[in-house]
Structures are given as C-alpha cells and as structure tokens.
Design a protein around this ligand. Structure first.
Ligand SMILES: NC(=O)c1ccc[n+]([C@@H]2O[C@H](COP(=O)([O-])OP(=O)(O)OC[C@H]3O[C@@H](n4cnc5c(N)ncnc54)[C@H](OP(=O)(O)O)[C@@H]3O)[C@@H](O)[C@H]2O)c1
Length: 197
C-alpha cells in the first residue's frame, strides 16, 4: 500500500503562508530560499519542484518518492492567480474543490470527492508515494491519513498566517516519530513517521 506524505515548508512558528495566503516561496516572499536548499531539493525531492524549475535546472525523472500530488483549492488557487494551471505536469495532479469548474486543464483532476475516501482509493492503487503539497485545511482534513511528515523549517518567524494544519483546525494531538533530520544551511528538514502505540 502506498503512503501519503505531507511535505511542506514552514516557519519556525508553524506557518505555511502569511495572512494573505500568498506563496511564501515566491520571489519577494518571506520564506528564505538558499542555493543549498535548492540543491537539496534537486537531489532528494526533484519531483516537488514546479515545472518551471525543471526547465530552468534541466531536471528530469525518474522520480525518487512521488508520482501523485494532492492539493487543496486554496493552495491551487495561488498558482491559478499567477496564470499557472498545472505547476506539476510531471505528476498525477489531484485538486480537491467543490467550487472550481472541471476541465479547464485536462492534465489536472479537480474532484469534489471526500479527500479521505479519495486518498484511501489512491493508496490502494499501485505506484509511488502520494505527496500532499497542502494547504493547511486539506492537511487537517487528511491528518488521519498522513503517514509521513516532511517539514522544511526555514529560519524565519512571522507571528500570524496559515498554520501547518490550517486555520480553525480542531485540537487533536497526534504523535510522530522523528526518523530523519537534515540541516541545509539554516533550514532544517525534519522527517517524521506516524507513531504507532
Ligand atoms: N509552505 C508551503 O510549502 C505551502 C505549500 C502549499 C500551500 N501553501 C499555502 O497554503 C495556503 C492554502 O491553504 P488553505 O488552508 O487556505 O487551503 P487548502 O487546504 O489548500 O484548500 C482548502 C480548500 O480545499 C477544498 N476542500 C475539499 N474538500 C475539503 C475538505 N474535506 N476539507 C477542507 N478543504 C477541502 C475546499 O475548496 P472549495 O472551497 O473549492 O470546496 C477548501 O476551501 C496558500 O496560502 C498557500 O500559499 C504553502
């Protein structure tokens, strides 16, 4: 059975975006991107870089971890607002939304299905891992299905914004076991597996 990994960039104080929801990793965004950080992603998680970066850096498959990316409408909207209908054409791209029209870009699957049911179906299929790119609200809805957390903690605090598990998530402690930690310059990449009792 394949697994679901929530791989996400976070501030030290646990925010994945600022209060306005704009992409913190975009030029001018608050999330710091160092050359060492980019080199690490190219080496370890090249499939999580957008197509634009693949073209610029000459990155090609095969991919190491994922063949599918899952995204909430809030996260997907950031790309749409920039005129990008599919930042990850090299992966199967599934967007959860009850409001977006279907079929604007046939390479993206827009679904109004319940995310938990959809992820369970995807896990049962053959293939590589499933990458949950975000955002926070979708991650909160899927928290019981997340098998692995990869949190890229950048050297910044912001005080307010969209939390790792979305605004208004319910209080629900989950335990995780640290399986890997890598420092890349001032950024720390923490990998956790769901802790079993
Ligand atoms: N730091 C990072 O690495 C990173 C990565 C990705 C995203 N982000 C940031 O994340 C932010 C978006 O996060 P977000 O929390 O606002 O939104 P989100 O989780 O991306 O999307 C929420 C939307 O997903 C859809 N959805 C479908 N079923 C759902 C369910 N059961 N529960 C919850 N949502 C469901 C709904 O769309 P409809 O309303 O259309 O039904 C809902 O409004 C953006 O600001 C983006 O910049 C950061």
């Amino acid at each position: 059975m394949r697994t679901l990994t929530y791989l996400i960039a976070s501030t030290i104080d646990g925010f994945i975006a600022g209060p306005d929801g704009s992409d913190p990793s975009a030029p001018g965004g608050f999330w710091p991107i160092s050359p060492e950080y980019v080199a690490h992603l190219v080496e370890e998680y090249p499939e999580t870089l957008p197509a634009m970066a693949h073209e610029a850096l000459g990155i090609q498959g095969p991919w190491r971890h994922f063949d599918t990316v899952l995204e909430g409408r809030g996260s997907y909207q950031v790309g749409l607002d920039a005129g990008v209908t599919n930042a990850y054409p090299h992966l199967r791209h599934v967007v959860f939304s009850t409001t977006l029209p279907r079929g604007d870009d046939p390479s993206v699957e827009i679904t109004a299905d319940d995310p938990v049911e959809a992820v369970r179906r995807l896990k049962a299929e053959d293939g590589q891992g499933l990458w949950l790119v975000g955002g926070g609200r979708l991650a909160a809805a899927l928290v019981d299905e997340i098998d692995r957390l990869v949190v890229k903690v950048g050297p910044v605090t912001v005080g307010d914004g969209i939390p790792l598990l979305g605004r208004g998530a319910e209080f629900s402690p989950h335990a995780w076991r640290l399986t890997e930690h890598t420092a890349v310059g001032d950024t720390v990449i923490l990998t956790y597996e769901r802790a079993t009792a």
